[in-house]
Design a protein around this ligand. Sequence first.
Ligand code: PEP
Ligand code: MN
Length: 660
Amino acid sequence: MIILREIYIIISMIVVLSGDISSHDKEMVCIYLRDRGFSIREQNFGEDAIIGASGKGVVDIRELGLLPGVERVAATSKPYELASRETKSEDTIVTVGPVKIGGSRISVIAGPCAVESKEQIMETAARVRESGAVMLRGGAYKPRTSPYAFQGLGMQGLEYMKAAGEANNMPIVTEVVSPELAVQMRDLTDMFQIGARNMQNFELLKKVGSLGKPVLLKRGPSATMEEWLLSAEYLLASGTHDVVLCERGIRTFETYTRNTLDISAIPVVKGLSHLPVLVDPSHAVGIRAKVSPAALAAIAAGADGLTVEVHPRPDDALSDGPQSLYPEQFEKLMRDIEALAPVVGKELLRIPRPSGAGKGGALPRAAGSGSSAPEAGGDLPVAYCGESGAYAEQALNRVFGEDAPRLQTDSFKGIFDAVLGGSASAGVVPVENSLTGSVHENYDLFLRYPDIALVGELKLRIVHCLIAHERADIDSIRIVRSHPQGFAQCREFLDKHPEWALEPCTTTATAVASIAREGAIRVAAIAAEAAAKAHGLKVLREGIETNPLNYTRFAIISRRGGDTAPVPPGLGSGPPNKASLVFSVPDEPGSLFACLKIMSERGINLSKLESRPIQGKPWEYLFYADVSIPLTGELFDGVMDELKGSTVDFYHLGSYRAML
Ligand code: PEP
Ligand code: MN
């Protein structure tokens, strides 16, 4: 885009119209654009009615924005306008049934290359679901290079796949190869896949786009990123809003691997477009043993998820056996992704098993890891302490989703009160930081609120930024505000600026909010990038924490029902495997040893044991323990009873699904 004062020479733009624009005003906008050499189209973009304009016209954007009925003008220098990040700066989150793709989550799709039989797709679906895949993939129509190779089971295969998806509570994605089939497949699939070979089949793109369903658009083996985005533009311009891009390797001179996974395309395309980007490491690499490393590299590079080929018996597969993972390899990959996700500031999305027996149980709205973490109940909010953009809010978004209603409190106690009093369905409280240790205030609150249980956990990587007003620069700063922990965690960075005065605040996000209110260019805050975004401020320096291995563990809390924690629809796979306990022991030789012996004999592993003084009782101590749950149900309750008998005070804060 060339800027001549306020006059722009533009290739494309969208003019967002106000909902109540009159037909006369709309006509005037069209005439204004046509007179300046643009060809125009009326269409919808998400919720908005827009006029898309393209050409090499010259236009005064400010004047256009002032025409009656015009709400906003977004111009782009790119030939694709609806797909461009210049047009829409925030990430698009694509919804496929209960699954969301994009934003801060990693969504993994898995399944065989092709549906081969009812048994094969049922078995594969159950296996990948067990490991945490959120959608099922599989081809019913296979575009094969050789006309003699297996072409897929067609409609019959799609019926099998639909049944497998339903039985396992997973939406399905399958490839569509012709416009006619798109119409026939419409009600059988949750998401269409446009295969690499069809990326520039424009009639297919137009037809599939017009059906309005979510689409997974593979990158063609020889397509440039711009061509790929122009194909996405065809889909968006034809009517669908839900397009997910998929990098699956491109053709290069290298022949060792099936294709060359273009890792650089991930950050580049995510910069150019607001659409989510998945990676298919299977077709990119083509060699089973190399699929998982490539998948992890894709996640590290910022991919929003993966689509991976998995087969229960790859040697018998009718297509792409050599690149299909064994279910056990897929399980290992998912565990590795779970460990990697917090490093890139993301969370592995899992959808829970249906609650109750049979299929089709209630689905949660949210991603998370604690198996017994609650759903945001109805319209009831989830409580957290602080302002928008607080680290706790990031944790909340990961567990309950960005759309979950939320309640801000000004103290941790306020969270417990809101959950106990029923004005919040759940709460998010920090309990431990990997550098600075336990947040004792919240452990104390658990003891003061016995009707509140710990039902899930989330580990969030803490990346601190120096945040200031748009007009500020590093030399204008004289004062820095943050929570005292923020200062402690950025000691080395702050030591380089001894001239800065430090002002402590209640939370890192309140520090940011205060600068936004005052508009001072002399003051900066140490907080999350999300807080800068939420309050319209600028990030001056990113990643200023002394130690990058800085994680905070948040507890998800909920009200106990009867004498056990309620088990609302779970957010994770598998039963609880971790419990948090707080206890004190009699003041006599061997009393702590007696407790540890009970655990040791029952095969219970201690992942945390910390002692801290009991307030008001000098030289008496409380122990905080996190333990594994190798036994379930009554057996575990029995051990808890035994421990109760060997302790003075004993609190079982809750049992939940551990994060790695
Ligand atoms: C597939 O995903 O089944 C497939 C054929 O992939 P691609 O179109 O990327 O080759
Ligand atoms: Mn395949």
